[in-house]
Design a protein around this ligand. Structure first.
Ligand SMILES: *Cc1c(COP(=O)(O)O)cnc(C)c1O
Length: 345
């Protein structure tokens, strides 16, 4: 790996971060808080929240098996996707490489930050080799994005190929595992000690059922997390989110139950799709959604909208022509979708 100092933008490496009132006394006991110009009334909302979310990280550390100081928490994965650009990519000069098709936010954030985005097309099985990804890099490539299980294709990217990319690439490799709770493939979180250039993303938005609270996670070396903490907004995760996440973390078994039901339902739905005359192919998936090639995705999509059912039309995405992406809902919701599709003429 290239030295972090060289990978990092110069202005960020040299940045003196904002020091919040709450940071400065940290570690010592206090009873009276007259330091932050808060209103003393209206507890608990009058106080600024913990800028480093330490209580939440302590809990997450146990659930995720990652040391607390190797965890960054953000306002959704959105923040954890944007920050690496702001920290490591010089606008107008550096570039990033990503699999294609994949989650749209990597490119949107590249465009916002004026960073060249280099998509590398997956093969017919929605897989990729390390060799192909590495061939797209050059001396200005700072990041390789790999989403696994991948959105919108649903499948895991071959673990050995991801490992090869991490081992061979001199910059950062970000593996977005937003859907890993639905997958049997081992998380790359367990490899963080081995790979100083690895960043793994998780989110509370999918299996944890907390998309509304906006909590995304990045796991990486302490050195990388320290850079993120320096650049992020001081109070990027609000009190309500921290409280609600702690609440959700009290019952991880509930998540296991949801995942089990959703995987059963996924199996049932994929079988039902295969039986539809208007469905040409159902692709293998490791996530809580699947991709289905239809006779005419856009017509079917519009028909479903007219019936109050929204799926994701991926017809215009490369390698996904005539594909709909179907999220697994409740038994009732799934039943409604299948019933509507059976009536389609
Ligand atoms: C849904 C999704 C996320 C979650 O984003 P949040 O901002 O945490 O809600 C992240 N990555 C991928 C690939 C996703 O599909």
């Amino acid at each position: 790996m290239i030295k972090l100092e060289e990978l990092c933008r110069k202005n960020i490496w040299n940045l003196a971060p904002y020091s919040s009132a709450r940071n400065e006394y940290a570690g010592r006991e206090a009873r009276v808080f007259l330091d932050a110009n808060e209103n003393p009334y209206n507890a608990p909302f009058n106080r600024y929240p913990d800028p480093l979310q330490l209580e939440l990280k302590a809990k997450l550390s146990k659930v995720k098996g990652v040391p607390e100081d190797c965890i960054f928490l953000g306002n959704g994965s959105d923040e954890a996707i944007d920050l690496p650009y702001r920290c490591f990519c010089n606008p107008g000069k550096d570039n990033v490489v990503a699999i294609e098709p994949t989650y749209g936010m990597y490119k949107v954030c590249a465009d916002i930050n004026d960073v060249e985005y280099r998509p590398v097309l997956l093969d017919d099985h929605y897989q990729i080799t390390a060799e192909k990804l590495l061939a797209a890099t050059d001396a200005n490539t700072k990041i390789i994005w790999i989403c696994s299980p991948n959105n919108p294709t649903g499948n895991n990217i071959n673990r050995e190929e991801i490992a090869k990319v991490i081992e061979s690439f001199e910059g950062l490799v970000i593996v977005d595992e937003a859907y890993s709770d639905f997958s049997a493939q081992k998380s790359f979180r367990s490899e963080l000690a081995k790979y100083p250039n690895l960043i793994v993303l998780n989110t509370m938005s999918k299996a944890w059922g907390c998309a509304a609270i906006r909590l995304g996670m990045a796991f990486a070396s302490k050195d990388i997390i320290d850079i993120f903490n320096k650049v992020k907004y001081p109070y990027n995760v609000n009190l309500l989110t921290q409280q609600q996440a702690l609440e959700a973390l009290k019952d991880p078994f509930e998540v296991d139950k949801w995942v089990k039901i959703l995987l059963e339902e996924r199996g049932r739905m994929m079988e039902a799709f295969k039986m539809l005359p208007i469905c040409e192919e159902v692709y293998p998936t490791d996530a809580n959604f699947f991709l289905a090639k239809m006779s005419d995705a856009t017509k079917i999509y519009n028909y479903l909208v007219d019936n109050g059912i929204i799926v994701r039309n991926r017809n215009r995405v490369q390698l996904c022509q005539n594909c709909l992406r179907i999220t697994i809902g409740t038994k009732t919701e799934n039943g409604e979708l299948i019933a509507a599709l059976r009536q389609y003429k």
